[in-house]
Write a protein that binds this ligand. Sequence first.
Ligand SMILES: Cc1cc2nc3c(=O)[nH]c(=O)nc-3n(C[C@H](O)[C@H](O)[C@H](O)COP(=O)(O)OP(=O)(O)OC[C@H]3O[C@@H](n4cnc5c(N)ncnc54)[C@H](O)[C@@H]3O)c2cc1C
Ligand code: FES
Length: 279
Amino acid sequence: MHFRSVVISNLEISPGYRRIRLTAPRGILEAQPGQFVMVRVRDGVDPLLRRPFCIYDVGTFSTEYPDSRRCYYLEILYKVVGTGTSILSNLHERDSVDILAPLGNGFAPGEPGEEKLLVGGGFGLAPLYFLARRLVDASPVKVFIGGRRKEDVLCVTEFERLGIDTYVATDDGTLGARGLVTEVLGDHLSLEGKRRAVFACGPEPMLRAVARMCAGRGIRCQVSLEATMACGLGACLGCVVKGASHDEKAPDYRCVCKEGPVFDTTELLWEEAGCEVRP
Ligand SMILES: Cc1cc2nc3c(=O)[nH]c(=O)nc-3n(C[C@H](O)[C@H](O)[C@H](O)COP(=O)(O)OP(=O)(O)OC[C@H]3O[C@@H](n4cnc5c(N)ncnc54)[C@H](O)[C@@H]3O)c2cc1C
Ligand code: FES
């Protein structure tokens, strides 16, 4: 869908992070966790390109009396890092933006009943919250949230409200365990006896570590990747990553915007300091 969207709210949820709620057509309710949107943050040519953001949530609300109508919304959780996100952070109620949504492929939900382990850092929690809302009725869900410091640990209350066990780790120890969230995940994966699936979104080193841990234990793992995107539609090929069977003679490239952003880790080639890690 291509639509014009009005800002309903745009709140700071932690220093440097905001959550924006935008009106959307009814079709947004069909969006799947892991899919993303491309936002033109301002009319005109500066900035020229739309910015990609995962869908944090979708839902309905009613306008107030007397014009009582059912409306639909889309939420994005974002970190202010540069020009586009600064413009976004300065939007107020009733400002409008231009959106393409929903785009890409989301997470496959896995088998009912198996334990679902969600692992994220920073704004990587955005698609995981949407996913948790969809999974929680059919499966036990646990979430592992990492950040450099406590300000980077997002959505703990929101996950807890869903009744989900939440594990936190920060690099500096200001919240939860001191260290990497992957270490906390590793302890959990070492516990015997459960069928599990892992879903991860966050910085690449974290995804790489999660992919390796799951591969070593034969656990299915899906990751949501970030890549530089110009079109978001599979046209410019600016967002490709190497697929699992890639080599110089037979290139295998995957388009993150069209074939992803969610991939099963076995679909990708994980290169590290000159050596290849094939989960
Ligand atoms: C599929 C997909 C989903 C995404 N989902 C989200 C989301 O849910 N929430 C969110 O906040 N972001 C998300 N991103 C990243 C987001 O698109 C970028 O942060 C955004 O485009 C930056 O735009 P900008 O104009 O503010 O920064 P730019 O002006 O383009 O860049 C400014 C500076 O920030 C650096 N930078 C750019 N992107 C990032 C980044 N992601 N992290 C750290 N530094 C960066 C650049 O290298 C540059 O130095 C997603 C990206 C992809 C591809
Ligand atoms: S961003 Fe253009 S092909 Fe993916």
